[in-house]
Design a protein around this ligand. Structure first.
Ligand code: C2E
Ligand code: MG
Ligand code: MG
Length: 620
């Protein structure tokens, strides 16, 4: 029942659809189709509509790769070509008489929302008595899992009286194109490595959440997460391993929050989390706790277990900012503060923090200035051999004589210096000065010896080996006279390992500082070229009163000795602690009981006092 008139209308409908969509050009390229359209258009123009025979046209329509259905005035299908049946996955019996090509009645529209009867192109064309073009429909074909996406146009035909007689519907398969589009869209809004939403999508969602929050008077929370020392993983284990770590972290972060929350990769090792509808800081803290936990669970990377930690900054809308930019900036500031406070924690934004950021910038400028204008000083604390009370050497501890604040202890400026990078200047100065002072320092029982503290960042830079070599050369000092103190966490990194081996080649000694506060695995440390372990002062303080601390101290000393290491106890303050450590077989100790860190020129007096004190305490 395919009327010639309808076929002529079809030509026009096809023409429009084809020109509008580049992706169905392949259809247009199909010679037969082109031939048909040209023939139809030609015949219309010349008015010789009957030049083509109906049977010939019908054969052409049957052969088209474009789906063609013809509908009666009520919308019911009266004809479908082979391509239409194939595209819709329908039998003629099923389709004929049906008022829509959407047999299941649950088609989706372009944005993925249900199209509904109002969106059906054929019914819309009938209602409007005019053409409906380029409607995207996602159909469920019987038995198929995935939807078939088609681009549909419907062209009503009016008879001489202006009454609607029929509708020609044409459609082509755009499933592949749509998939490609979705992929491109996904790529544009997601991070390729972790598959998480990227920064753009996060901004997008945050923007929407802010508008909604304003309208509904709802608050929301935003978290800024930064992995601690992730650079070290990348540098030591390589980027492939680092990437695997990021993927694991991403997956865990996502699993730790609700589906309505957004976890995005903001860049590098930074993640952001959007928590809509959160009102109370306690709730934010609880969720942040879960995220910390998720990051902290050990990850096996490249056959070894790595423990990561993260620092989290938190802001609440509307309290801490009304717009995207302010919220992100303040969350970043809070995160920075969390890092300063010692990492692996959550910090909430406060207006005082902004002031602190200004302070930090100021401190940074002043710190660099401090090195240049000689405001840094080294104090030396004697290290006493515990069996016999002889002086083994000294630990150099830096101070800043700030013209405005007086003498500033390292705990008050080293973290800031590490955060801003000024630590490199400070570290280089300490190294040079301590080596130079070696000649003036009273020699220890085994010759001159000084220990300096190295910041993790100093080992990051790669030129530390060269720096040490030069400092030793310039001061004319032999390698073994210098001991470098690093913390456990730093010692475990592979990049550090390489630097340490090269430092060992210079003959310098390596000590693990504050042992017991980090990973605390001596056997693990065996792989590293270490000479000395310094038991953290918290154990020393508790050893005399707390059986656990005492047991730990004893174990560290025993294992240290088994590995051939020298064990130094830090922070000895009482005679009781000293007696206990001697019984435990600890090699050396330092602490206020002997002497606080003092300027070089005050050392001789203190050394004399220590000798007297020792003789009194432990008469030969
Ligand atoms: P640390 O390396 O563990 O240094 C020992 C700290 O314990 C020193 O504090 C020292 O004054 C203190 N101390 C020594 N004996 C006792 C005691 O009996 N009781 C108590 N309560 N404390 C004692 P200081 O000088 O404030 O240094 C703190 C930390 O700052 C150092 O810990 C070290 O990590 C860092 N630091 C010091 N100088 C430098 C430096 O030149 N470069 C770097 N990167 N860090 C440094
Ligand atoms: Mg130290
Ligand atoms: Mg220490």
């Amino acid at each position: 029942m395919l009327s010639l008139d309808a076929i002529l209308g079809l030509g026009a409908a096809l023409g429009v659809g084809l020109i509008a969509y580049a992706w169905i050009r392949r259809v247009q390229a199909e010679a037969r189709t082109r031939g048909l359209i040209l023939a139809l258009e030609e015949s219309r123009r010349t008015g010789e509509e009957l030049r083509l025979g109906e049977a010939r046209l019908r054969r052409m329509v049957e052969g088209l790769s474009v789906g063609v259905t013809l509908h009666g005035a009520d919308g019911g299908v009266v004809y479908a070509n082979a391509a239409a049946l194939a595209l819709l996955g329908a039998t003629p019996e099923r389709l004929l008489g049906h008022r829509s090509i959407d047999l299941e009645g649950d088609a989706l529209g372009e944005e993925g929302a249900p199209l509904g009867p109002g969106g059906d192109p054929v019914l819309a064309a009938i209602a409007r008595r005019g053409p409906v073009r380029d409607v995207v429909m996602g159909l469920r074909r019987a038995g198929a899992e995935e939807r078939t996406w088609i681009l549909v146009s419907a062209e009503p035909r009016l008879d001489a009286d202006g009454a609607l007689s029929e509708v020609v519907c044409t459609f082509s398969d755009i499933t592949e194109q749509r998939r490609a589009h979705e992929r491109i869209r996904h790529l544009a809004y997601h991070d390729a490595l972790t598959e998480l939403p990227n920064r753009e999508l996060f901004f997008d969602r945050l923007g929407v959440a802010l508008v909604q929050g304003q309208r509904r008077r709802q608050s929301l929370a935003l978290l800024f997460i930064d992995l601690d020392d992730f650079k070290v993983i990348n540098d030591s284990l390589g980027h492939t391993v680092g990437d695997a770590g990021l993927r694991t972290v991403a997956r865990r972060l996502k699993a730790a929050v609700r589906a309505a929350d957004t976890v995005a990769r903001f860049g590098g090792d930074e993640f952001t989390v959007l928590l809509p509808g959160i009102e109370q800081p306690e709730d934010v803290a609880r969720i942040a706790g879960k995220l910390h936990e998720a990051v902290r669970r050990p990850i096996v990377l490249d056959g070894r277990e790595v423990a990561l930690t993260s620092s989290i900054g938190a802001v609440l809308f509307p309290k801490d900012g009304q717009d995207i930019e302010t919220l992100i900036r303040n969350a970043d500031t809070a995160m920075y503060r969390a890092k300063e406070l010692g990492r692996s924690q959550t910090e909430f934004y406060t207006s005082a923090l902004s002031a602190r950021v200004r302070d930090r910038l100021e401190v940074d400028g002043r710190l660099r200035q401090a090195v240049a204008s000689g405001e840094l000083e080294l104090n030396y604390q004697p290290v006493v051999s515990l069996p016999d009370g002889r002086i083994e050497g000294y630990e150099a501890l830096v101070r800043w004589r700030d013209p405005q604040r007086g003498l500033v202890p390292p705990g008050d400026f080293i973290p800031a210096a590490e955060a801003t990078g000024a630590i490199h200047e400070i570290g280089a100065w300490v190294l040079r000065t301590a080596c130079r002072d070696l000649r003036a320092l009273p020699p220890g029982s085994g010759g001159p010896r000084v220990a300096i503290n190295l910041s993790p960042h100093q080992l990051d830079t790669g030129d530390i080996v060269e720096q040490v070599r030069r400092a030793l050369d310039d001061a004319g000092v032999a390698g073994p006279a210098l001991e470098l103190e690093i913390t456990e966490t730093v010692a475990l990194q592979d990049a550090t390992h390489k630097a340490l081996r090269r430092l060992k080649e210079l003959g310098v000694r390596i000590a693990i500082d504050d042992f017991g506060t980090g990973y605390s695995s001596l056997s693990y440390l065996r792989r590293f070229p270490i000479d000395t372990v310094k038991v953290d002062r918290s154990f020393v303080w508790d050893a005399a009163t707390n059986p656990d601390a005492s047991a730990i101290t004893r174990a560290i000393i025993a294992v240290g000795h088994q590995l051939g290491l020298r064990v130094i106890a830090e922070g000895i303050e009482t005679r009781e602690q000293l007696r206990l450590l001697r019984v435990m077989g600890c090699d050396a100790g330092q602490g206020y009981l002997f002497c606080a860190p003092v300027p070089l020129d005050e050392l001789p007096d203190h050394l004399a006092r220590i000798a007297e004190q020792w003789a009194r305490e432990f008469p030969a």
